[in-house]
Design a protein around this ligand. Sequence first.
Ligand code: PAF
Length: 282
Amino acid sequence: MQTVQEAATLRAMIRSWREQRQSLAFVPTMGNLHEGHFSLLRRAHNCADRVVVSIFVNPTQFDSGEDLAHYPRTFEADQVGLSERDCDVLFFPAIETMYPYGLEQTVRVRVPGLGDTLEGVYRVGHFDGVSTVVSKLFNLVQPDYAVFGEKDWQQLQIVRHLVDDLSLPIEVVAGPTQREPDGLALSSRNRFLNAQQRAIAPAMYATLCWMRDNYTSGHTRTVVETAARARLQRVGFELDYIVIRRATDLTEPEKYIHTGLIGLAAGHLGSTRLIDNILFDV
Ligand code: PAF
């Protein structure tokens, strides 16, 4: 595996692969890699001859209340983890490569609608930062495939919309959420949970499963959402939302629709914010 910082070096490597007619899959990350990321890497390997993983802690997707400075940075361990798993290139760009005009003067990419609901309400500007950096990374890496985790379902739909709307020749591939044996979705944030919070955390996925089962067995959406909210608050979550939405555009479903739906939840345990989701018709 080669670690590359410069855009020109990355481009030269990609050009030589292209000359050999090799395909390329890309996994963008912010580092602090865990089994969830490594499963995306495996997915990437199944798609293409070559795999590029990027590590870039993107400042524009943190809102003012979130702590960019304290985002876990574990570069050495990430590098070892990737090199043990057949990654061809680790792209580790400097901030000047990603934002040559600075953070204030950068071109911004915005996906309206999809970016303004759910996470967009609680993390204002977050998805503009994600759409912007993902567009920049796509232009640098020019992959045939780009792999994103289903855990960040809203992000995945936004990237799909962006790729479609900007006519980018990239196939967006979804990687299923990886879970602990008790159901907790793998996340870099789990390390911030204390023992008591860690014991409560699996209730989010358990409640999403409960919500799916109750909705599909005939209860109305508002009844199920209200009861699910109460369940999570009872065990100690400070909840942002637990809702049933249409899976592709995240709008509220019409009554009596039972296909193409997803349950999504977000809430805090102490200062740690967790999100999760469950598709209903799988
Ligand atoms: O999901 C993430 O880790 C980030 O949002 C991404 C896609 C790498 C953009 O910074």
